[in-house]
Design a protein around this ligand. Structure first.
Ligand code: G6P
Length: 372
């Protein structure tokens, strides 16, 4: 491979630790600016976004999880309705197109066959309905970029590990920028808020670097995951897709069966699976849903489930018998999902290393799925 591993043992590890830098690169045009501009997405973006009445995001795999996070951001901050669809489903579904849709494809490679076909399908069904297309992608001149009117290039650099890490967090960074641009155009972002969010974005790489320092504690946790056969990931709200991403990382590279659930759904099924042998990993940021989540976690503990909780320092969850806690710094507001992704990547990585799997090239998987 042209990209050297340097001091790292695997590309996934290298790419995980590159995240503060590549997120900073992706945000470069934003960080230096006084205010946020639609031009970041192309010269026609201002007009397009002004006319946008709803958004459809199409993606696969890890990119789909980034799309799910974006729905929470865009609906809450820009007040535009968002639909998120798995590309392989959307392309064969008879959906009802809405007028003035911004069709967004999200992809690391820009070459995923299902996402390309979903984009084409979306163009067909929205024909005559004033739709426009935007691709957020890591590869310039890829098929999705070529086939879209607007574009935003993430600057993750080449991602070699099959399990996506830095592509995901750079996508999320781009999607938060998009959220702010849309909110500004739609008049739902005050100047003070814009400044506040820009500052948070400027601080994001440093905040990520700080979270990566938790690695030694995560290595300790990974030791107790080595011989597990199942794991359950829980999150609520905007961190539910992060729980999904955590489960995906673990299953991809460790081959441990991992599931994710929105924690409020526990009582509708997965609670039946809980026993002392299945670790339950919870993403527990100090957001508006934390009290709800805490009571979900009590339900797990009451069934002898062993809890591994990634909390914020200001979540104030105390470790106890069967309750392990790693604290991130204080709650990071809207950017919290980006920070909470990092320990889950490290947990999957170190569990895989301890199990001796082929971390960068997991069995049966491909980096880019260019055939159906
Ligand atoms: C494959 C990769 C995943 C990736 C997915 C979508 O399954 O292994 O890491 O998330 O494709 O790829 P894309 O390039 O469209 O983001």
């Amino acid at each position: 491979d042209a990209v050297s591993l340097g001091l790292y043992s695997h590309y996934m590890q290298k790419e995980t630790f590159e995240q503060p830098e590549v997120v900073a690169n992706t945000l470069q045009m934003v960080s230096g600016a006084q205010s946020i501009s639609p031009l970041l997405f192309g010269t026609q973006a201002d007009d397009v976004f002004r006319n946008t009445q709803n958004i459809l995001i199409l993606a696969c795999g890890t990119s789909y999880h980034a799309a799910m996070v974006a729905r929470y951001w865009i609906e809450e901050v820009a007040h535009i309705p968002v639909n998120v669809e798995i590309a392989s489903e959307y392309r064969y579904r008879t959906s009802v197109p809405l007028p003035n849709t911004l069709i967004i494809t999200l992809s690391q490679s820009g070459e995923t066959a299902d996402t390309i076909a979903a984009l084409q399908h979306a163009k067909n069904v929205h024909n005559g309905l004033a739709a426009t297309t935007l691709s957020i992608c890591n590869v310039p001149e890829s098929a999705l970029i070529r086939q879209s009117q607007l574009r935003f290039l993430t600057r993750a650099g080449p991602e070699i590990g099959v399990a996506s890490t830095k592509a995901f967090t750079t996508q999320l960074s781009a999607l938060f920028v998009l959220t702010l641009v849309l909110a500004k155009i739609k008049g739902s972002l005050s100047v003070a808020k814009e400044e506040e969010y820009l500052n948070q974005l400027r601080h994001l790489p440093a905040a990520m670097a700080q979270v990566l320092l938790l690695e030694p504690q995560i290595i300790e946790w990974a030791k107790s995951f080595v011989d597990k056969q199942h794991a359950l990931f829980l999150g609520r709200g905007i961190h539910w897709p992060i729980a999904m991403e955590g489960a995906l990382k673990l299953k991809e590279i460790t081959y441990i069966h991992a599931e994710s659930y929105a924690a409020g759904e526990l009582k509708h099924g997965p609670l039946a699976l809980v026993d002392e042998r299945m670790p339950v990993i919870a993403i527990a940021p100090n957001d508006t849903l934390i009290e709800k989540l805490k009571s979900n976690l009590q339900e797990v503990r009451a069934r002898s489930g062993e809890l591994y909780i990634f909390a914020d320092r200001d979540t104030f969850i105390e470790p106890a018998e069967g309750v392990h806690v790693i604290n991130l710094p204080d709650h990071a507001g809207f950017l919290s999902p980006i920070l909470h992704t990092l320990p889950l990547q490290l947990l999957a990585y170190h569990t895989a290393v301890a199990r001796g799997t082929d971390v960068d090239k997991p069995r049966n998987l491909a980096k880019s799925v260019t055939v159906e």
